[in-house]
Design a protein around this ligand. Structure first.
Ligand SMILES: *[C@@H]1O[C@H](CO)[C@@H](O)[C@H](O)[C@H]1NC(C)=O
Ligand SMILES: *[C@@H]1O[C@H](CO)[C@@H](O)[C@H](O)[C@H]1NC(C)=O
Ligand SMILES: *[C@@H]1O[C@H](CO)[C@@H](O)[C@H](O)[C@H]1NC(C)=O
Ligand SMILES: *[C@@H]1O[C@H](CO)[C@@H](O)[C@H](O)[C@H]1NC(C)=O
Ligand SMILES: *[C@@H]1O[C@H](CO)[C@@H](O)[C@H](O)[C@H]1NC(C)=O
Length: 471
């Protein structure tokens, strides 16, 4: 019998032969030492550092079914406490845990962990809660809760009183099901209970209430599967919305009350609200953690959005096909098969972009060739290249534009705010793209690189679109 690896390889060979259009289109090329205006940007160095003042964008107000998005770090969080801003090393550490669990999900790998042993249920695949929060209403009478939204997970859940197995600290008061007239436990024989078992741990209490459990890269939730009234906006109220009422929760959720699941399964929000929103949502992640963006549901997306197909290769996550990368207007000579090997997903909760080694090394060397005016420094964070911009404080620097090309001729020119991550003040500012270590792990288009774009998930049509200037 042929091994799956050789079958996959054969498939790629066939695709490669049959699909001449899939190969890289000839890009605009410039010599390494030639600075082409328009492909380089003037960026003020201080804008690379986090700010301590929240600047509320008002674009959110122009949309009908729209929620304000804040970064879970920085001054716009519910705590409003800039001291909660974690170091770049800590952000990277959390990122690594999420990436590890996405890879596990991607390879359909599940491993036994202690968290669910006492529930004696099937162990779920894992991933980690995302990086941006919105506020929604739950229950009758409605109470507001700040939830992290996550395109990498499905179940929407909140911590529930009496937190019999423990809750993590959160800023809002915790949800108390006994104080809501619309809360109902789901029974073990209910459809949602049966279907939740496909992506999460599932069990049954002695009183026939459905139990769920999900483990993330840096946290977990276990509790009752229930239906409750979800209020997105005063006019968008969803009764009998399936949620998790988490009685045992742990991990890092940055003061929020739980997660809003924007994944692809039937229990995820897009599917549960599809009769109203037609399986379509979009978001804009703000340029800095000190400004706000939006998460919107239903129609009214930007006319400027350019769409690329969601691949079916990774059914649980939003898989996209990357066709190339350019730096400073120069298309990198990366064989398209490099991106096809494991595919790419777009994720709202992973911070950096993770690239196959071959692609990362081409990007890194082209970038360095165009940045010879600045002092390279050794990265302590496992990122490279890194620069010491401390001599340029208050000054502008000139950086090459980086563009990611997706199948269908979609070009995303990364915003100035999505090129670097300040790993240690201005002394160590690193390219915000990380090497996967090989070409066989799934690539991830992370949230830093999505900043300021309106990212449209038209799940019904199987497309993801990008429009610049979303917030
Ligand atoms: C720095 O760049 C900004 C655009 O990012 C520009 O508006 C400003 O004039 C530049 N300042 C200097 C001193 O070049
Ligand atoms: C699944 O996970 C286990 C433990 O983490 C690991 O040893 C194994 O190689 C993984 N299998 C695949 C196919 O990734
Ligand atoms: C939900 O089920 C749990 C466990 O059986 C029980 O303690 C709780 O009272 C139930 N809640 C409602 C509203 O029925
Ligand atoms: C380096 O700086 C010089 C002098 O400011 C400038 O003319 C040149 O274009 C810069 N080169 C690059 C690659 O930015
Ligand atoms: C790819 O690299 C990652 C990180 O360096 C490593 O964990 C993984 O095992 C590697 N996979 C293969 C197939 O070599």
């Amino acid at each position: 019998m042929a091994t799956p690896i050789s079958l996959v390889f054969l498939l790629y060979v066939l695709l490669f032969l049959l699909c001449p259009l899939c190969s890289l289109k000839k890009g605009h090329t410039v010599a390494a030492n030639e600075i082409t205006k328009g492909y380089f940007r003037n960026v003020n160095v201080n804008s690379l550092l986090p700010s301590s003042v929240c600047d509320h964008s008002n674009k959110v107000l122009n949309k009908a079914s729209s929620l304000k998005v804040v970064s879970k770090y920085g001054p716009c969080t519910v705590t409003g406490d800039p001291k909660t801003f974690p170091s770049a090393a800590e952000i990277l550490r959390r990122d690594q845990l999420r990436v590890k669990s996405i890879r596990a999900k991607h390879s359909m790998n599940s491993s036994t962990t202690g968290v669910f042993n006492e529930m004696k249920t099937r162990v779920p695949t894992t991933h980690f809660g995302g990086g941006y929060a919105v506020t929604v209403g739950l229950g009758t009478p409605k109470k507001d809760f700040s939830l992290l939204f996550d395109t990498g997970s499905d179940l929407t859940w909140t911590q529930c009183e009496p937190c019999s197995g423990g809750c993590f600290p959160q800023n809002d008061e915790k949800f108390d099901p006994t104080k809501s007239t619309s809360y109902k436990n789901l029974s073990c024989s209910s459809e949602p209970c049966k279907s939740i078992g496909k992506e999460s741990a599932q069990g049954c209490s002695s009183s026939n209430s459905c139990l769920y459990g999900v483990k993330y890269g840096t946290g977990y939730t276990v509790g009752f599967l229930a239906t409750e009234t979800l209020t997105i906006t005063p006019s968008d109220v969803f009764e009998n919305f399936v949620i998790g009422c988490g009685e045992r929760n742990g991990g890092r959720f940055s003061g929020t009350a739980g997660l809003l699941g924007l994944g692809r399964s039937p229990v995820a929000l897009p599917s549960q609200t599809s009769s109203t929103y037609k399986n379509l949502f979009s978001y804009c992640l703000p340029a800095s953690s000190s400004s706000t963006g939006h998460l919107s549901f239903g129609g009214g997306v930007s006319q400027a959005a350019k769409f690329t197909p969601i691949t079916s290769k990774i059914p649980e996550l939003y898989g996209l096909d990357v066709s190339g990368i350019s730096v400073g207007g120069r298309k990198l000579p990366i064989d398209p098969s490099v991106f096809r090997t494991a595919g790419t997903i777009i994720d709202s909760g992973t911070t950096l972009t993770y690239l196959p080694s071959t692609a990362h090394s081409a990007l890194s060397s082209a970038f360095q060739e165009m940045m010879t005016n600045y002092t390279l420094t050794k990265g302590t964070s496992g990122l490279q290249p890194c620069y010491d911009f401390s001599k340029h404080a208050n000054d502008n620097i000139t950086i090459p534009q980086i563009s990611i090309f997706f199948e269908g001729g979609v070009e995303v020119d990364i915003d100035d705010s999505g090129i670097f991550i300040a790993a240690n003040g201005l002394e160590e500012v690193c390219l915000a793209f990380k090497d996967n270590g090989n070409d066989t792990d799934v690539a991830i288009f992370g949230n830093v690189q999505q900043k300021t774009y309106e990212v449209v998930y038209d799940v019904a049509k199987g497309m993801v679109g990008f429009a610049p200037g979303g917030c």
